[in-house]
Design a protein around this ligand. Structure first.
Ligand code: NAD
Length: 471
């Protein structure tokens, strides 16, 4: 029986391994982590992450051929194939601070693999890492090998949170990069054999190591760039009377462009887009490609601009001050169908409003009060000026309440602000909400999901991104 071990039981490690276990009953899969609480949640009723369809998959194979454990060394030493899916955040200090990926967790995983291995291993980069990381990993393993042979593969993950299970069952592609030596090709084939249990052969792409590593950074940069492009257009739409939805529709009809990822919004978030672009910028700078670095940096600058623009619009619409006013925040996660708040635009929008002394009442169906309080009180790292930390406002916590219902959030509020596109926000009783709000009652739709005509008929003053302003 082939044995797989995955180091890192997070948003990627947990779901990817659960789907491998379900599709490959003949393979034993162990997911290991140093976090005791995360592993006990994976073994309990309340999984540590919210992802539609994940519960069912885990329940079907947990205890049969899928195991979650903190006994990292045991499972690593027994495995034939080791996926490494640890976090690779942006470095916050030292060389490359604010841009480079922090590979501390990766390095310690590699050293541990070298320490405990007693047989040859295939080591798979599942985390998103800078191009050429495999070279560093190979060096660490080779210098500590004790005669054991390692093959490094790059198999970046393209799942999107919120649709992870769907994406894993039906991926657009599975990318496997490896060395073009006989041993490297054998390792690529071994990993292909795993995916071949459910992924059609023509969707499994094999490349050299560096192409696979770079493709992941490139894919995220292209996706984020599309969002920044449409968001930049949304500002121009507001200035000229064009409607960004009409422009996106017309542009997306061009088959060379296509309609996906063209929705204007308050900005992109999540743990990956900003981090991976910064990582790309750093790799470009290290290779002396300064113009290329500047090009990609602009994608993040436009994203920051869009979040600031949204806050400014709220404040200027509400007679140039939100001081003491109650603002209902509907949605805090970085997108719908996830409880993940990493780099969510809601953090910047809320902090912007808090700095103008607004009172916030926040509701998100999957985000806890602890998460929100932590996110709003954490100092924000300023990637553009890496030596500065923007301090959180000491009064923030008192200005924020977290509630478990959109109606409670909006009661007596002067404005409501949609920051996550949760489906339930489309079908609330807006007549009831209007009746319970201060007048004039404002709606700021940061995701363009609201029925503007209906809201205006009720009496709301509505601002949507990139749309003509309220008459
Ligand atoms: P995560 O923070 O949710 O999970 C990482 C886990 O690794 C944590 O639970 C941590 O405790 C564990 N870990 C760290 N060092 C360890 C060690 N030495 N031994 C055992 N466990 C260790 O991160 P994530 O969101 O799952 O992302 C993992 C990687 O995948 C990142 O590189 C990320 O960029 C990439 N990625 C993420 C997504 C996404 O949507 N979240 C999508 C594609 C790729």
């Amino acid at each position: 029986m082939v044995k797989i071990c995955c180091i890192g039981a997070g948003y990627v490690g947990g779901p990817t391994m659960a789907v491998i276990a379900l599709n490959c009953p003949s393979i034993e899969v162990a997911v290991v982590d140093i976090s005791v609480s995360r592993i006990s949640a994976w073994n309990g009723d309340q999984l540590p992450i919210y992802e539609p369809g994940l519960d069912e998959v885990v329940k079907q194979c947990r205890g049969k051929n899928l195991f979650f454990s903190t006994d990292v060394e045991k499972h690593v030493s027994e495995a034939d194939i080791i996926f490494v899916s640890v976090n690779t955040p942006t470095k916050t200090q030292g060389l490359g601070a604010g841009k480079a990926a922090d590979l501390t967790y990766w390095e310690s995983a590699a050293r541990m693999i070298a320490d405990v291995s007693k047989s040859n291993k295939i080591v798979v980069e599942k985390s998103t890492v800078p191009v050429k990381t495999a070279e560093a990993i190979e060096r660490i393993l080779r210098h500590n090998s004790k005669g054991i042979k390692y093959q490094i593969l790059s198999n970046p993950e393209f799942l999107a949170e919120g649709t992870a299970i769907q994406d894993l069952f039906n991926p657009d592609r599975v990318l496997i990069g490896g060395r073009e030596t006989p041993e490297g090709l054998k390792a690529i084939q071994a990993l292909k054999d795993v995916y071949a249990h459910w992924v059609p052969e023509d969707r499994i792409i094999t490349t050299n190591l560096w192409s696979a590593e770079l493709s992941k950074l490139a894919a995220n940069a292209f996706l984020a760039q599309r969002i920044s492009s449409v968001n930049a257009m949304s500002a121009l739409c507001e200035a000229t009377g064009a409607d960004v939805s009409q422009v996106s529709h017309a542009v997306g009809k061009d088959s060379r462009i296509g309609p996906k990822f063209l929705n204007a919004s308050v900005g992109f978030g999540g743990s990956c887009f900003q981090k991976d672009i910064l990582n790309l910028v750093y790799v470009c700078e290290c290779n002396g490609l300064l113009e290329v670095a500047t090009y990609w940096k602009q994608v993040i600058k436009v994203n920051d601009y869009q979040k600031n623009r949204f806050v400014n619009r709220i404040v200027s619409s509400m007679f140039n001050t939100v001081s003491g006013k109650k603002i209902a925040i509907l949605g805090f996660a970085f997108k719908k169908d996830t409880g993940d708040t990493r780099e969510t635009p809601a953090i910047d929008v809320c902090k912007g409003l808090l700095s103008d002394k607004a009172r916030l009442s926040i509701y998100d169906p999957q985000v806890t009060e602890d998460q929100i309080q932590r996110d709003l009180t954490m100092n924000k790292f300023d990637w553009d000026h890496p030596i500065h930390l923007q301090p959180a406002s000491p009064t923030s916590v008192k200005q924020v309440t977290v509630v478990w219902d959109a109606y409670a959030a909006t009661k007596d509020a002067h404005a409501l602000c949609v920051l996550t596109e949760w489906d339930e926000f489309k079908t609330l009783d807006y007549r009831r909400i209007f009746d319970n709000m201060q007048k004039p009652a404002f709606v700021f739709d940061g995701r363009n999901i609201m029925n503007v005509e209906m809201l205006r008929e009720i009496g709301f003053i509505v601002y949507s991104i990139g749309k003509p302003l309220d008459p």
